[in-house]
Design a binder for this molecule. Sequence first.
Ligand code: ADP
Ligand code: MG
Length: 399
Amino acid sequence: MNKNLTKLCIIASKKSRLIIGLMSGTSLDGLDVALCCFTGSGLDTKIEILQFDTVDYEPSFKEEIRSVFSKITVNLEKICLLNGWVAKEHAAMILQCLKKWKISANEIDLIASHGQTIYHAPKWLHQQEKFGNATLQIGDGDQIAVATGIITVSDFRQKHIAAGGEGAPLAVYGDYFIFSKKGEDRIMLNIGGIANFTYLPGNLNAADIFSSDTGPGNTLIDAYAQAHFQVAFDKNAVIASQGIINEDLLQTLMQHSFFEKDFPKTTGPELFNLAYLESAILVADVQSIAHVDVMATLTRFSAITIAGALQRTLNKEGNFVIYTSGGGMHNPLLMQHIHSLLPGYRFFTTDTLHINPDAKEALLFAILANECVAGGETAIGNGTNDIPSVSMGKISFPW
Ligand SMILES: Nc1ncnc2c1ncn2[C@@H]1O[C@H](COP(=O)(O)OP(=O)(O)O)[C@@H](O)[C@H]1O
Ligand SMILES: [Mg+2]
């Protein structure tokens, strides 16, 4: 047997595994690096997050990604170059974290790399008959494996698409394994660039579970803050808090068929971007609106669409508890709006469940890698293609 496979078999049969989960979402804020200790798999998965860091992206790194990110027309050579370069940069960030944590690469069993999404094109968005759902993450797994010496599982979303899904949200698998609780209907709400949630019924009926994007989380707020206030994001909503919500603009922003679509559905900055905002400003005829008022309106827009999606789910009878994660939960105005739109529901962060909410997404990919190597089939969802029972990820060896 190839000794790579021998090593993989040993890792798969170990009592516990050390896996580094990586996540870098559409916010392009940085690389989340979570060192997790796993025992078991599937519903028997037990996890401890041993270390967590977000390695902030340098402005020059963000610039390189933005040159191709969610753009219809790009320089193809640039994508080709970025695929390896992003991986090397990510590998350097991993090694930097390991050094800081005083852990040797030899001790790590697997890296779970999400990669950097550069385009997300579900069929409902591109509407080209002969093509299916599509998504593209760059940052090649072979490069990470060779540069770190650690077996790397990457490119998780392609299998989900191959099996009929939209390639997102993948959170549903990990959410089910580690957060399902008998007797408590749970909503796991993650507010990244795009917001998504997983519904976990308290009757533990795996067939009722689903997961969906709700629309923009931070992406439009960030994009407008960057364009008009020269900041990466509206820290603590200081800017949006100075503005007044413009109802005409808000109503126009809400006029998109995405919000009417049934769950599950996925989206990205390919739709919710500054061009979307500009056309809404024109349609609403509010061209002279103050920048702070746009910020206030965008924050309300994210909150209303998140709360609206949850409300459609919460209308089912149950004793719902909402657990938040992702950078948007640090935006006090956004959270205040969501809370006031969903009165009576109990909100916590995943900290209550002993999972650092900033590390949660990276952890979810570590779970997928653990499943890929040591797990089995998982039949969840309503039997359609939305949550296919497949193992996800491609395995790269260091040599
Ligand atoms: N203190 C804060 N105030 C307002 N927004 C914040 C704060 N901290 C984080 N954020 C938001 O969270 C985003 C990062 O969220 P994250 O979960 O990392 O998203 P992604 O998965 O898309 O990378 C930032 O771009 C910013 O919009
Ligand atoms: Mg991030």
